[in-house]
Design a binder for this molecule. Structure first.
Ligand code: FES
Length: 304
């Protein structure tokens, strides 16, 4: 309350309520302007709805790519204090000098000790109830498949973090993860299948459905999109008679939309295998497809 000619001193701090992408950006803008910021979020972490999205409208850019730099900047900013699991209970005062009462709920984790390694999630007795191994019938693989997978597991199982190199080696052999192979790996390593599937479905380089020998990655990131990558996608789709994410019946090509392959200066860009086709035009597409078909003895590699 102000009375008479008394003027209260303004407080050089701001409270941002809500740690979604808007709140995060507001906190960064205020802090960069030299204002101490308290960022209040009722959930256990900032990020809001955007942290649950894969892509964002209208450009289909990767949501995490938009959010991650802001998360890091907020974590490092000396003038931003993040208050998670916290709600505003009462606001008193006037513009320039508010007093806010917050209620903070218990986290049940020692934030000074937690490194965010995620091991507690993998071993959580509430989410993952270990099943006695003898209650699950062992997965049977074809002898030659089992021999190959056993060899891969033996190469990596005694190294730290063996799952990723094992998955990479299996992917190099099959170009995707057959379900029974993943079940077998789960049983051999004693790692829950749910955890293996989380890894297997997270990375673009992995797939749990069969893919073609050549994966045509059409970049639909912002730079390529504004330079016409949508037309490239249509042309690939018309020529191969498949939609994005589909594979040709001869298992030669899989068509994929990806977000930024790291060569925006060459936009619009397409990557097939290790080869990048920069500043690509729709006219060049039939020739590129014929080249790959010819190299595999499919169709006619003639030029028009
Ligand atoms: S947006 Fe296409 S390469 Fe970056």
């Amino acid at each position: 309350m102000s009375n008479g000619g008394e003027r209260r001193e303004k407080v050089g701090a701001a409270l941002v309520v809500g740690g979604g992408i808007g709140g995060m950006q507001a906190a960064l803008d205020l802090a960069d302007a030299g204002i101490k910021v308290y960022l209040v979020e009722s959930k256990p972490a900032i990020g809001g709805v955007m942290s649950q999205l894969d892509k964002t409208f209208p450009t289909n850019d990767c949501a995490m790519c938009t959010m991650a730099p802001r998360l890091v900047a907020i974590g490092r900013h000396k003038d931003i204090e993040v208050l998670t699991l916290t709600e505003v209970e009462r606001i008193e005062g006037e513009p320039g000098n508010f007093t806010v009462t917050l209620r903070r709920r218990a986290r049940f984790v020692d934030e000074n000790v937690c490194t965010g390694c995620g091991s507690c999630v993998a071993n959580c007795p509430v989410r993952f109830i270990p099943q006695p191994l003898d209650s699950i019938p062992p997965v049977k693989l074809a002898p030659e498949v089992q021999a190959r997978v056993d060899q891969i597991i033996a190469e990596h199982r005694n190294r730290p973090g063996p799952l990723m190199p094992i998955l990479q080696s299996i992917n190099a052999v099959y170009n995707y993860f057959p379900e029974d192979v993943l079940r077998y790996v789960s049983q051999q390593l004693g790692i829950p299948l749910t955890h293996i599937l989380r890894v297997a479905t997270f990375y673009n380089a992995f797939s749990i459905v069969p893919r073609g020998k050549y994966i045509i990655n059409v970049c639909m990131g912002t730079t390529c999109y504004v330079r016409g990558s949508e037309r490239l996608m249509e042309r690939f789709s018309d020529t191969l008679k498949i939609k994005p994410e589909e594979t040709t019946p001869d298992m030669l090509f899989t068509l994929k939309a990806v977000r930024c392959i790291g060569c925006c200066g060459l936009a619009p860009a397409v990557m097939i295998g290790d080869t990048v086709y920069g500043k690509l035009t729709v006219k060049e597409i039939p020739g590129i497809i014929k080249k790959f078909q010819g190299a595999n003895g499919h169709g006619q590699a003639h030029t028009g």
